[in-house]
Design a protein around this ligand. Structure first.
Ligand code: ASP
Length: 431
């Protein structure tokens, strides 16, 4: 569907983006105000009115919005990727697109961790840290083994893969279906038409959902800010700001450089077009849940052809987590410094490799980055309880790194599409 058609049916997209940003801003202001009221004792945390608003209205509103986003993820990936694969005139192209995409995803993540480690080594957020308090009581969940992670990519039951939301398995199944539908000739085309019509219907659902997104985002953000204590930041300020600074550099330097060099695309335009998914990622802390919004923006606002976007975006939401890798890099060095463990140059290299792998294994849902951090710490022989130190500020960092995660997916999608001649510059440069 064209931009004009969708715009006519559901309002101007730039107005929608402004409403989404307004939801985010108002939510943050109200949340911070509620937090300040509680801090000053004017509206304590156990006050009935506050509980009704924060744990009632915001909680329910936010959860419903999240559920609605997640509802669309599996059907959208399945049908859009199957259609995208079938639309490739030559199946061998898939291998080339896959190779480029994986290569770029690995590259951006390795750059991200390297930046993170450099910043943490120079700025020393963990030096002189008092270890005695928060780490007590944290018990790490076990990270899956590498072999199991590889085996888990291949589905043994498509329905289980879909019902359990195993994205890599759904991706494999969708690609196989797409290839088989074209190979099956006339009969395969019949099923393809059903998939194409399902794709149009699900995309329509995404448009409808975006109309209520400002309210959902408002609820999610207001709740987080209302509950986030300000006092925890004092002790962890240095760690918090180092992670934030590197995320900022990745957004404003690494991606623009990549877009300019490999894609010959204007970074400012790119960010303008990506405002809606960035906002949704920030408020949901989940690249997985943001996927329908990212996919829509990448195809319809940035101009990436569906045959590329339907593959690169879901894959990115599952394995490409540059923001998460940044947190893991800074956190590892921070914990080493806090426990006064010397890592050394070879150790840092090992952190780059393990954090890249750990971020690949991180699911696109809130907070999983810290679970996978255990894998990096174990590899480095660092105390896993150290994760307990950083948990207090992880919620806000999770929001920010998720926004970076999906931006990386979109940037790589643009570059791959451009190199394959599957990019519409008119859409990209359009209003
Ligand atoms: N919340 C992140 C995401 O969904 C993953 C993480 O870092 O915890 O992209």
């Amino acid at each position: 569907m064209s931009e004009a058609q969708s715009g006519a049916a559901f309002g101007d997209t730039s107005i929608l983006t402004r409403r989404i940003l307004a939801g985010l801003g108002l939510g943050a202001v109200l949340g911070i105000a509620l937090n300040a009221l509680a801090f000053n004792g004017w509206l304590p945390a156990d006050h009935g009115a506050r509980i009704f608003v924060v744990d009632g209205v915001f909680y329910v509103g936010g959860k419903i919005f999240l559920a609605s986003l997640k509802l669309l993820v599996v059907p959208l990936v399945l049908v859009s990727l199957a259609c995208g694969t079938a639309a490739l005139d030559d199946v061998t192209k898939l291998g080339r697109i896959g190779g480029k995409t994986l290569g770029l995803y690995l590259l951006t993540t390795a750059v991200a961790v390297t930046l993170a480690i450099t910043a943490a080594v120079l700025l020393e957020p963990g030096v002189g840290f008092d270890l005695s308090t928060d780490s007590a009581g944290f018990s790490a969940r076990e990270a899956p083994s590498f072999a199991q992670t590889v085996i888990d990519i291949f589905p043994d039951n498509p329905f289980r893969a879909m019902s359990e939301g195993r994205m890599l398995q759904v991706i494999v199944f969708a690609v196989l279906m797409g290839v088989a539908m074209t190979l099956a000739g006339e009969q395969g085309l019949e099923l393809l038409r059903v998939f194409e019509s399902a794709n149009a219907v699900i995309m329509k659902l995404v448009f409808v959902l975006m109309e209520v997104a400002p309210y959902g985002i408002f609820c999610l953000v207001a709740k987080v800010f209302a509950e986030q204590g300000v006092d925890v930041f004092e002790r962890l300020a240095r760690y918090f700001f180092v992670v934030l600074a590197v995320l900022f550099v990745q957004m404003t330097v690494s991606y623009p450089a990549l877009l300019l060099i490999f894609g010959r695309l204007k970074p400012l335009r790119f960010f303008q077009k990506l405002r809606a998914p960035i906002t949704v990622a920030f408020s949901t802390s989940s690249s997985g849940a943001t996927l329908p919004v990212t996919l829509r923006a990448v195809e319809e606002r940035l101009g990436v052809d569906g045959s590329v976007a339907s593959f690169t975006v879901p894959l990115g939401a599952t394995i490409n987590m540059d923001g998460t890798a940044i947190m893991q890099g800074v956190a590892t060095v921070f914990i080493a410094q806090a426990y006064a463990v010397e890592i050394g140059p070879a150790g840092y290299l090992s952190v780059v490799v393990t954090a890249t792998l750990a971020s690949i294994g991180t699911a696109g849902v809130p907070g999983v980055g810290t679970v996978m951090l255990a894998m990096v710490l174990q590899q480095m022989d660092l105390p896993v309880e150290g994760i307990g130190l950083i948990l207090a500020v992880d919620r806000l960092l999770d929001m920010t790194r998720t926004a970076v995660n999906i931006t990386g997916d979109a940037a790589v999608s643009c570059i791959v599409a451009r190199s394959e001649g599957k990019f519409d510059l008119e859409i990209f440069n359009g209003p």
